[in-house]
Design a protein around this ligand. Structure first.
Ligand SMILES: *[C@@H]1O[C@H](CO)[C@@H](O)[C@H](O)[C@H]1NC(C)=O
Ligand SMILES: *[C@@H]1O[C@H](CO)[C@@H](O)[C@H](O)[C@H]1NC(C)=O
Length: 205
């Protein structure tokens, strides 16, 4: 965020300069293992998602539960991403069907995307009242996705420990807002990365 700051320079008097207060801080690094809940909504697609994620960058794997709240019929998915095994298991919890498909894209660490620009630091709530504030940092970036559509992306992280707070991903036909909550460091139970379902090798629908 461009903020106004004042430099007192003795010889030139008071000069008002439009400057970046932060001196371009380094992008922080999100922990390698954590679990947490999220809530997303897409204001264009009119979709709401309630979910949770177990993230393990050490072993390149993720488990994501998602409940899609849709006007007619909710959908619920349990996804297990095993990048080392190049395997993705998609368990459709409504249809009770599970598919195993090959995961070809490479692992990318969760965190502030490379080339992001620092957009400022603030307190959510207040830093003037006890336990009523959370210091955050916001980063933004802009790029073309694989379909050539421009993406405007803004993400907010806790100032300390670099945990995800908000994520806004805006592109043609989609405006996805995500909020992260109740993050715990580490993986409480490794079995979260074991597939519980017998999945067939056929393509998912
Ligand atoms: C994630 O949500 C699913 C479905 O509600 C639940 O069974 C599971 O225990 C949750 N996992 C974590 C790590 O919170
Ligand atoms: C979808 O899930 C939400 C939240 O659990 C629930 O309130 C709603 O009744 C469900 N809708 C349908 C169509 O099942």
């Amino acid at each position: 965020m461009k903020l106004f700051c004042v430099f007192c320079i003795l010889f030139f008097g008071l000069i008002l300069v439009n400057c970046d207060l932060s001196d371009k801080p380094e992008a922080c690094k999100t922990p390698e293992q954590w679990q947490g809940s999220f809530y997303s909504y897409d204001s264009i697609k009119q979709i709401r998602i309630i979910g949770n994620i177990s993230y393990d960058a050490v072993n390149k794997r993720e488990r994501i539960f998602q409940l899609f709240i849709l006007p007619q019929k909710n959908q619920s998915y349990d996804m297990l991403y095993l990048y080392n095994q190049k395997s993705l298991q998609v368990n459709n919890l409504v249809k009770k069907s599970c598919s195993k498909i090959s995961l070809t894209r490479p692992w990318t660490d969760f965190g502030i995307l490379p080339n992001s620009k620092f957009f400022g630091s603030n307190y959510l709530g207040s830093n003037k009242l006890d336990e009523s504030g959370l210091k955050i940092q916001t980063w933004k970036d802009e790029f073309d996705d694989s379909d050539g559509n421009r993406v405007f992306h803004v993400s907010t992280w806790t100032f300390k420990n670099c945990l995800p707070v908000f994520d806004n991903y805006i592109t043609k036909g989609s405006s996805l807002h995500t909020m992260y909550m109740d993050i715990t460091p580490g993986i409480k139970d490794e079995s979260v990365f074991e597939s519980s379902e017998v999945c067939d090798e056929t393509k998912m629908d």
